[in-house]
Design a protein around this ligand. Structure first.
Ligand code: NI
Ligand code: MN
Length: 227
């Protein structure tokens, strides 16, 4: 199975497999770096890591327009169902087979509330098994040692935040890569705003020096990487 990942800036990804398009954390309308608008995407599934506005983003509008199934923790799935969307609840450590592949929710050390301040459950990351390809989206998190356990799954591509301030910065993302040992790291959650500006090239150079077997592929918003 071929898997194409397209970065829509910040933590938003469009993942295309032969029979489905999966959109993750669709923060588009408010995202100054997004190369597409919420009207231009046609996902079959939307994965939401946590309730913060820069992740929940345009989920309800896109799911309402397209009929996409929202996959998220119980609290966010319930919230989306309350807004009239189709949603499937999972929770940390739980996984389920969907027509496109398996989704497992992983821990993330972060906060999570809806933009109106209501509780949105625990934040999470995602482990996606798409055919033989394993993708780990760490989402918003600080470094944690259990990334080693996620790495034991055999990760092909790790999507890691490097922005610092709200999530891991570049130095901890290098340590995360050491724990996960993925084949490829794609940095995210940086350069959307001044507060999370980072140099992806220097991050890539540092990984190359310390982890010569891990390839870093910095993308520009709108660019894709295929596995
Ligand atoms: Ni967040
Ligand atoms: Mn965020």
């Amino acid at each position: 199975m071929s898997v194409k990942l397209t970065w829509y800036g910040h933590a938003c990804w469009s993942i295309e497999v032969p029979k489905a398009t999966i959109l993750i954390d669709p923060y588009l309308a408010g995202n100054p770096t997004a190369p597409v608008t919420p009207d231009q995407v046609k996902p079959d599934y939307i994965l939401v890591s946590h309730g913060h506005g820069d992740h929940l983003g345009d989920t309800v509008a896109i799911a309402t327009r397209t009929g996409a199934l929202v996959i998220a923790n119980y609290e966010i799935a319930s919230y989306c169902q309350g807004q009239g969307c189709k949603a499937h609840p999972l929770h940390i450590g739980g996984s389920r087979e969907f027509p496109f592949g398996r989704v497992k929710l992983t821990i993330a050390h972060h906060g999570s509330s809806f933009p109106d301040g209501r509780y949105a459950g625990n934040p999470c990351g995602f482990l996606l098994t798409l055919g033989k390809i394993k993708i780990y989206d760490a989402a918003d998190t600080g470094l944690f040692y259990d990334m080693k356990l996620i790495g034991e799954e055999g990760i092909d591509v790790a999507l890691l935040p490097i922005g610092d301030n709200f999530t891991m910065g570049p130095a901890d993302a290098v340590r995360a890569a050491k724990l996960i040992k993925p084949k490829v790291v794609i940095p995210m959650h940086y350069n959307t705003f001044e507060m999370i500006s980072q140099d992806a090239k220097s991050f890539a150079a540092r990984v190359k020096k310390e982890l010569p077997r891990v390839k870093v592929v910095p993308l520009k918003p709108g660019e894709s990487f295929s596995v």
